[in-house]
Design a protein around this ligand. Structure first.
Ligand code: NAP
Length: 353
């Protein structure tokens, strides 16, 4: 028997779709992804510390709630509560990315979502029922599919950047910034958006942080006003305007500096840093679709009707960052996950399934 709904991905869109689909008795099957960079379990939020803008989660004793809600055999996956965030002797902080995702996952599990820790590597949407093909195991047939595989971090594309990945080059300060190789060293963050500011602030707030250079190709940040102020007013963050990275310099083992190029006059100069954190946007995780859904020029899935999650294939819906290169927020992603589940439910009802 084909599945009623298969959900691909495990970020806020996927879990929200699963919660709605499960509560509509559609018995959803969700492919969570593995540790491959294309489909990270729990999505981009697995790389985020505190999420201060997800409505319903003001700072508080989040840990006590999370531990009471999430099954104890998954507590090992929870990051430690951020140090120093205490009020009245209790932890007091905004929910962390992994905590939020584990809460969503738990909610989906509570309503009977079946979760498989595998990647979908191909699809056949040319026939009904639809077919999705996991990396290991036999194809799964389904009447509807919700694609919610998100987007992943971009890199600059320099050979020297590739050479020094995990040796001082990273796209995730939150994951790597506290590593010993970066400790007490001046560091560079590349980009001028919210992610770049977030990464720079995180690094600048680490104990013993040295100068954090934000290297941006223009003379103005793209980040939201409140984030801009955070960067511009931080005593340890120094802006390097109108420059790009020409080369990552190193001693063969670790990054020792960057050669920067002026976007104003093309001149170059060297900057001594012990690490480079790239925060220049994202690429949607749509390669596994092999072009079988209509996508925009950046590879994001196109919604074919305004305010609907329908794609170019009937019965296939898209939710979250994989179909959104504009808002890209956890909360908008969760909202479109809900929409996709409702769209799938109505599609099935219209087909009499
Ligand atoms: P973004 O807003 O697209 O910013 C990317 C930045 O990287 C831009 O400043 C861009 O420069 C620069 N850039 C792109 N390609 C480059 C290249 N090849 N070389 C040098 N610089 C390059 O991406 P984002 O910061 O990842 O944010 C994505 C979305 O998530 C946004 O909607 C953002 O608001 C949201 N977000 C929100 C939060 C939060 O609210 N706490 C945190 C993180 C992200 P230009 O400015 O010149 O284009």
């Amino acid at each position: 028997m084909p599945e009623h709904v298969v959900i691909i991905g495990s970020g806020p869109a996927s879990w929200s779709a699963a919660i709605y689909a499960a509560r509509a008795n559609l018995n959803p099957l969700l492919f969570e992804g593995t540790v491959k960079p294309e489909m990270i379990p729990l999505g981009q939020l697995a790389f985020t510390t505190e999420v201060e803008n997800y409505a319903g989660f003001p700072a508080g004793n989040i840990r006590a709630f999370v531990e009471s809600a999430v099954a104890s055999d998954r507590h090992y996956n929870l990051p430690p509560a951020p140090a120093g965030h205490v009020r009245d002797g209790q932890p007091h902080y905004a929910v962390q990315g992994i905590e939020l995702m584990e809460l969503m996952k738990q909610q989906a599990l509570n309503f009977g979502t079946r979760v498989i820790g595998d990647d979908i590597v191909d699809v056949d949407f040319s026939r009904r029922p639809l077919k999705v093909i996991p990396a290991s195991g036999k194809p799964v047939e389904a009447h509807t599919a919700i694609v919610a595989t998100g987007a992943r971090a971009n890199y600059l594309g320099l050979d020297s950047e590739e050479k020094y990945k995990n040796k001082g080059v990273s796209a995730c300060a939150v994951c790597d910034g506290a590593l010993p190789i970066f400790r007490k060293k001046p560091l560079a963050v590349i980009g001028g958006g919210d992610s770049a500011v977030e990464e720079a602030s995180y690094l600048a707030n680490l104990k013993d942080a040295a100068t954090i250079y934000m290297i941006h190709r223009r003379d103005q940040l793209r980040a939201s006003k409140i984030m801009q102020e955070r960067a511009l007013n931080h005593p340890k963050i120094e802006m390097v305007w109108n420059h790009t990275v020409d080369e990552v310099l190193g001693d063969g083992n670790l990054v020792t500096g960057l050669r920067l190029k002026s976007t104003a006059d093309g001149s170059t100069r060297e900057l001594e840093v012990g690490g480079m954190f790239v925060a220049i946007g994202h690429t949607p995780n749509t390669a596994f679709l092999n072009g079988k859904l209509d996508m925009n020029e950046k590879g994001y899935i196109r919604w074919t009707k305004p305010f609907r999650t329908e794609t170019s294939v009937s019965g296939v819906f898209a939710a979250g960052d994989v179909a959104d290169d504009y808002y890209r927020q956890a909360i908008t992603s969760a909202g479109t996950g809900c929409m996709a589940a409702l769209d799938a439910e109505r599609f099935l009802a219209a087909q009499g399934i």
